[in-house]
Design a protein around this ligand. Structure first.
Ligand SMILES: Cc1cc2nc3c(=O)[nH]c(=O)nc-3n(C[C@H](O)[C@H](O)[C@H](O)COP(=O)(O)OP(=O)(O)OC[C@H]3O[C@@H](n4cnc5c(N)ncnc54)[C@H](O)[C@@H]3O)c2cc1C
Length: 222
C-alpha cells in the first residue's frame, strides 16, 4: 500500500532545532538533572541532584523512560525503558518509508537510509548489540535487496518510555494540579510531540484543551 504523502521527521535535526530555540529564548534557565519533587501549597518544589531547589507554579514531568527514578511523586506511573536499536546505511535506497516484516526503512534527505527497530526489555542498558545489527540487516535485505550488500556504517540505541497500556500519560495530576505529566509516549513520542506540547501548554495557561486527554489521564492506573 502506497501512502504518497507519508513523511518522516529527522529526530536529530528536530532536537538540535529545539536546543537552538531554547538557547536563544530569554529567561530560559537550563539546570538539572532533577532528583526529587515535593508539593508546597499550590506549587511544586524540585530538588536537583546538585542539591539546589526550584519552586514553580507548574512543573512538567517529561523524563521519558527515567520518570520512575524521580522521588516524591504523588503516584507511581508504570513507565518502563524498552531499548530500541537502529542501523544506518551510507546510500539512498528508497524515496519512501517502507514497513516490512521485521524492519522499517526511512530515507534521509542527505542520501542516507536508516533502518529500525528492535524492542528489548533490558532495563536502562542502552548499549548496542551485534545480534540486533545482524537481525535488522537480514530483515531489511529480504524486502529491500539494494541494502543486502551494503554494510551499515552506523548503529545506535535509545530507551523508549513504554507505558503499561502503550498510551501516553498527559495532563495535570489529580492530587497535585500544579504537576503536569508528559511521559509514557512509548513508540510515538516524536509523532505525538506537537499534540503533547499544545496540551501541556494549555494545562499551564488554563486554556481548554483542543484534544480529549481523558484516555491519557495520569490517574488511570490506580
Ligand atoms: C530506536 C527508536 C526508534 C523510535 N522511533 C520512533 C518513531 O519512528 N516515531 C516516534 O514518534 N517515536 C519513535 N521513538 C520513540 C520516541 O523516541 C519516544 O517516544 C520519545 O523520545 C519520548 O519523548 P520524551 O521527551 O518523553 O522522552 P525522551 O526523548 O526519552 O526524553 C527524556 C529526557 O529526560 C531527561 N531526563 C531523564 N531523567 C531526568 C531527570 N531526572 N532530570 C532531568 N532530565 C531528565 C533525559 O535525559 C532525556 O533527555 C523511537 C525510539 C527509539 C529508541
Amino acid at each position: 500500500m502506497l501512502h504518497a504523502n507519508d513523511g518522516a521527521v529527522d529526530n536529530v535535526a528536530l532536537l538540535a532545532a529545539l536546543d537552538d530555540a531554547l538557547g536563544s529564548t530569554p529567561g530560559v534557565e537550563r539546570a538539572g538533572p532533577a532528583s526529587a519533587l515535593a508539593h508546597e501549597g499550590s506549587t511544586v518544589r524540585v530538588t536537583l541532584r546538585d542539591g539546589s531547589t526550584r519552586r514553580a507554579q507548574h512543573v512538567v514531568i517529561a523524563a521519558g523512560a527515567w520518570t520512575s527514578q524521580l522521588t516524591g511523586l504523588p503516584r507511581t506511573v508504570p513507565v518502563e525503558p524498552v531499548r530500541g536499536e537502529m542501523i544506518g546505511f551510507p546510500v539512498a535506497a528508497t524515496a519512501h518509508c517502507i514497513y516490512g516484516p521485521g524492519a522499517y526503512v526511512v530515507p534521509r534527505p542527505n542520501g542516507r537510509t536508516i533502518v529500525g527497530a528492535t524492542m528489548d526489555r533490558v532495563g536502562f542498558d542502552a548499549r548496542t548489540t551485534s545480534e540486533a545489527r545482524s537481525r535488522l540487516h537480514a530483515a531489511v535485505a529480504r524486502f529491500l535487496p539494494a541494502l543486502a550488500k551494503v554494510a551499515p556504517d552506523s548503529h545506535w540505541a535509545g530507551l523508549r518510555p513504554i507505558s503499561a497500556d502503550g498510551l501516553p500519560i498527559v495532563g495535570p495530576d489529580p492530587r497535585w494540579p500544579a504537576l503536569i505529566w508528559a511521559t509514557g509516549h512509548s513508540r510515538n513520542g516524536i509523532l505525538l510531540a506537537p499534540m503533547t506540547a499544545e496540551s501541556v501548554a494549555g494545562c499551564v495557561s488554563g486554556e481548554s484543551p483542543r484534544f480529549d486527554l481523558s484516555p491519557f489521564r495520569p490517574g488511570r492506573f490506580e
